[in-house]
Structure formats: C-alpha cells, structure tokens
Design a protein around this ligand. Structure first.
Ligand SMILES: Cc1ncc(COP(=O)(O)O)c(C=O)c1O
Length: 443
C-alpha cells in the first residue's frame, strides 16, 4: 500500500479540536474520545467505513466502542428510526414495542425470564447492583481489578489503578477524584481469572457480599479471555456465599453469540446487563434475570426508572437491529466470527513477518493486539506490562493507512456484520506495514 501523504491530513480535525477545547472540557463529552495522539472528527459513516472532517476514509474498528454491530447506518435500522420518529417520539406510557423487544431478547438470552430497559450500560449495571443488594439484604460487591462497568460511583474503583497491593488484598483506588470513600467501603477488589484467590477473599466477607460483577470476557483491558472453567467457578463461588452473579454483557452481548456469553460459555448469571450491540447505534440498555429476582421490581418494592427508559425510537431501532442479527438462525454471528478470525489470523502472520513481539487474543468479533513478550495476557496486572507506546505508534500508522481503531490497547478491536473480505485484505496489508514501522522505530 503506497502511503499517499497528501491524502492523509488531519488539519480540519485539528482545527475542530482547537475549537472544541474552547468550550467543551477535554474537547468531547466523553473524555476518551479525544484520547491522544490523533483525535479525529468523524462526519459520515456507511457499513464498515467512516469519513472524517478532512475527507479521509477509514475501515472502522472502533464502531462507537462496540455499539455498531451492524455497521453504520444500516438501511433497516435507519428506516425503523424514521418510521418511529414519525409515529410517536415519546409518551411516558408502556409500549407494545417494549414488550416485543423484551420477547426477542427472552428468546435468545438464557437468563431472561424478565427484561427491563434503561438507556445506557452505566444505568444497567447500577440498577443491577442495587437490585442485588436489595434482594440479598447485603451491601458489598466484588469487583475485579481493572474492570470497567460504567460511569457510576459503585464501580469506579480500581479501574486503571497504577497501585496494586497484594493479590489476596488488592488496593481499592478510586478512578477519579469526587468518588466518595463511603461508597468505596462497599466494594471489594479481587484479581480476575484467579478462582483460588477469589475464594479466599470472598470467605473473609461472605456475609456481606451481595454480588460478584464481572464481564464474562474482560474487554476493557484489551480483550482477556476467561480461563477454562473460570466462569463456572465464579458461578459456584457466588452460590457458595449466597451472592448474585452479575454478567456485564455490555460488550459481549449480541456480539459473541445470540445469547451472549451465557450461551457461548454455558454459564447462567443471576442478572445480566446489555447495551452497545443491543441497540446497534441507539441509546438503549437491558437488564435480564429470573422472575424470582426481577419480580421484586415494582412500586413499593425496588424502584426502576428513567424518563428515557425504553425510548420508542431506541426500541424500534434495537428491534430492527436484533432482527438483522437473529434471522437465518443467527447466520450474522457466524459471519462476525469468520471475519474476526480472518483478521486475527492475518494479524498473527503480519506479526511473525515483521518480527515484532506482539500477540493477538480474543474471540471472533472481539479481540486485541498486545505488544508484549508474554505468550498470553490473563489479567489486569499483566496487561499493565504491555508496551502501550508501541501500540500507539501502530495505531497511528494504521490511521494514516485508513484503518480506525482506538489509540490504546486498553480498549479493543471490534467487527461488524458489514465488514467484508475487502476490509480484511486492506486491514492486513496496512497492519503488516504498520508492524514493520513499529519495529523499525521502537525495537
Ligand atoms: C463492560 C461495560 N459495562 C458498562 C459500560 C457502560 O456503558 P455506557 O457507556 O453505555 O454507559 C461499558 C462501556 O464501555 C462497558 O464496556
């Protein structure tokens, strides 16, 4: 691939960022969006591609941090949004559409005897934790080191903490200033993928733990797979201490299998949260669980609410999104895995060819490249040892070659159903050159 230096310019994005910084702290209303080194302003998207304010075209692997499972502006989703917007924007009443979408989810998600809708993943995990506390009558939660479950104080602990402590008793560090220590006292931090350590930790607190919350695949530290049997062990440990197991499937849900990680790994959670790929580009989240647990939600019992919960436009779009994913026996998931596997295979060959110290790990449509000597990354502490500078360089070289991914290895690379063979070839060719550039400059 010849790099056309004229074509690769970011001057308009840079000017827009300067303007944004004059009025929006950090330049965007979600601080990661302007993450160095190359914040770009996207103006248009179609299928697997996006265009930026300078007219550069990219194959998109950021996909709105995983939301765009059917790519950009899928005609059936856009049509559903238009139709709904002309029919009813909002009403503040229950909706038939809400029941229909809940049924679609129930058909595929193993624990979905009951379904509730909110607007974001943040709200879904917050509500799940409150419900777990209420139904168990206990107040603490176990949260894993390095895990991200949204932007509320219950879970913003030891997300990216540079200070560790011992594995058996990791330090609990607030992610930001402004998060009360009183809330922190309800959070127990444990290392992920270490059932023996978790058993010891939970034994110490067994009478106060309401829930263990986890991503079934840790996908906010690059992508870290659960060790064989680990999710089953989590299930057992939660049962032993009479706590609920919450699977945060905001990233894995409607991405790795129709029924998410519960289906893929054959482990049922008490509560599961979904967002991102559920909506395919609109704000919607869902909480699923047994009737025994979730029928405790109601007036005079556990509250659940939000003006924008189950917004009609989001319901209509999510419904169309799920139809695309679930029709033809979930053929879309086979396609997602096929394309993901082709890319990861190509990336591994490109790594060998360039002789860089890097690995690719993950599952089909959800994976990450780590620059590391380790054969595998299995937890947060290992992830902190990866060479982030090398990743940033690699990302920058890819950006210049028309491939968009997040700048840092703590996020992940995702695929949509709209990515095709042409995208795969372009990506692998660009990745090969980018690995060679990284090797030349840094090693
Ligand atoms: C695993 C996980 N849980 C929860 C959230 C929060 O979702 P939202 O950004 O929609 O609030 C995210 C967002 O990245 C996530 O990755």
């Amino acid at each position: 691939m010849m790099l056309d230096r004229e074509y690769v310019k970011f001057s308009r994005s840079r000017a827009l960022l300067d303007e944004a910084l004059k009025i929006i702290p950090s330049g965007a209303s979600s601080v990661l969006r302007t993450y160095a080194p190359s914040p770009i302003f996207i103006t248009r998207g179609r299928g697997s591609r996006v265009w930026d304010a300078d007219g550069n075209e990219y194959v998109d692997y950021l996909l709105a941090f995983g939301a765009l499972i059917n790519g950009h502006c899928h005609p059936r989703i856009v049509e559903a949004i238009k139709r709904q917007a002309e029919e009813l924007l909002m009403s503040g009443t229950p909706l038939e559409l809400e029941v229909e979408l809940a049924r679609k989810i129930q058909r595929v998600v193993p624990n979905a005897e009951r379904v509730l809708f909110a607007t974001t993943g943040t709200e879904a995990t917050m509500e799940a934790i409150r419900i777990a506390r209420a139904v168990t009558g206990k107040s603490k939660i176990v949260k894993f080191e390095g895990a991200y479950h949204g932007h509320h104080d219950y879970v913003l602990w030891s997300v990216e903490s540079p200070v560790h402590g011992l594995e058996i008793s990791p330090f609990r560090i607030p992610y930001y200033p402004g998060i009360p220590e009183a809330v922190g006292k309800t959070v127990i931090i444990a290392p992920w993928n270490s059932p023996e350590v978790l058993r010891k930790i939970t034994k110490r607190h067994r009478n106060s733990i309401a829930a263990i919350i986890t991503e079934p695949i840790m996908a906010n530290n690059g992508v870290i797979m659960p060790k064989q049997e680990y999710l089953k062990q989590l299930r057992e440990i939660a049962d032993e201490i009479e706590a609920l197991l919450i699977f945060d499937e905001v990233l894995t849900g409607f991405r790795i299998a129709p029924g998410g990680a519960q289906e893929y790994f054959g482990v049922k959670a008490d509560l599961a949260t979904f967002a991102k790929a559920l909506g395919g580009g609109v704000p919607i989240s869902a909480l699923t669980g047994s009737k025994e647990i979730l029928d405790n939600v109601g007036i005079g019992k556990i509250g659940f609410g939000g003006t924008y919960n189950a917004h009609p436009v989001s319901l209509a779009a999510a419904s169309a999104n799920l139809d695309i994913l679930l029709e033809n026996n979930g053929q879309a998931f086979a396609q997602l895995h096929k394309i993901g596997n082709e890319i990861t295979k190509g990336l591994r060959e490109a790594i060998d060819e360039a002789k860089v110290k890097a690995i690719v790990q993950g599952l089909g449509p959800l994976f990450q490249v780590f620059f590391t000597d380790l054969p595998q990354i299995t937890n947060y502490r290992e992830r902190l040892t990866t060479d982030r500078d090398a990743y940033m360089e690699w990302h920058k070289e890819l950006l210049r070659r028309g491939i968009l991914l997040f700048a840092e290895d703590g996020e992940r690379i995702v695929i949509s159903t709209q990515h095709n063979k042409e995208d795969v070839n372009k990506t692998i060719e660009a990745a090969e050159e980018a690995f060679k550039e990284v090797k030349r400059r840094l090693y």
